[in-house]
Design a protein around this ligand. Sequence first.
Ligand code: CP
Length: 306
Amino acid sequence: HRHLLGIEGLQPHEIRFLLDEAERWVDAPASPPDRRLAGLTQINAFFENSTRTLLSFEIAGKRLGADVVNMHAAQSSVKKGETLIDTAQTLNAMRADVLVIRHGSSGAVQLIADKVDCPVLNAGDGRHEHPTQALLDALTIRRRLGSIAHKRVVICGDLLHSRVARSNILALTALAAEVRVCAPSTLMPAQVERMYVQPFTDFDAALEGADVVMMLRLQTERMDGAYVPSPREYRLRYGLTPERLARVPDALIMHPGPMNRGVEIDSSVADGPRSAITEQVAMGVAVRMACLDVLTRRARGVEGWA
Ligand code: CP
């Protein structure tokens, strides 16, 4: 694979390979940086807001010695009407060695990947995929629970708009987890029927026997006039409250962030002893270091992966 555009298309052994590669960076000292990407230019082009993904890709590149440049769409010529393809050709002309792209439209990252000469990593495209998020979530589960196979993972929230859910479903089912998805029927995508998951609209029923509970934010910015439940109504039926947590006292609690505290997850749960939320962020740096390393190996003349 020249690019990392999604979990779709990756074989289970390739997902495991990326997780194994990430393991080596989890406890690696940040200083002095490993210099394996020295002399390479990494451009992070973010056409959508981000805190975790942008910063962790920047930190990951710097810890490997790359020259890292960030392009924020809000301050770019995209605001003057430049097209996505012209933007891609401009980035390509600057001879980037690796591009990390986030975009609000599904498929936009593929479009850019088709126009450039270097590897492209998808940092989230519309409702489509967020592959490094799924990898960091899988790494977190594997490290906390010892394995992923046969673990019951409940993903609850706004599945309709969630690239995180889609990538996680693909990764976790590939690694033989039992995945349950739970959402109000208005936020349940029809395609889950083809994704080897069990759909639920009753959160309490979905939680039964869960090893992992992954909560998702209501993405009101993508709802565009559709029915949006009130925060109070939503919390009542789909919020991870202390009362619900008591039904699964040993489950690992996850959230990709950003969280809406008091809506899909209560603060006492998010900050409680079963929460892996800050660990997910830490795993994000390790996973992105692994992906940057692996995807640039061909250009560096190093064996492995691509
Ligand atoms: N989880 C995630 O992608 O967070 P950001 O939007 O802050 O990058």
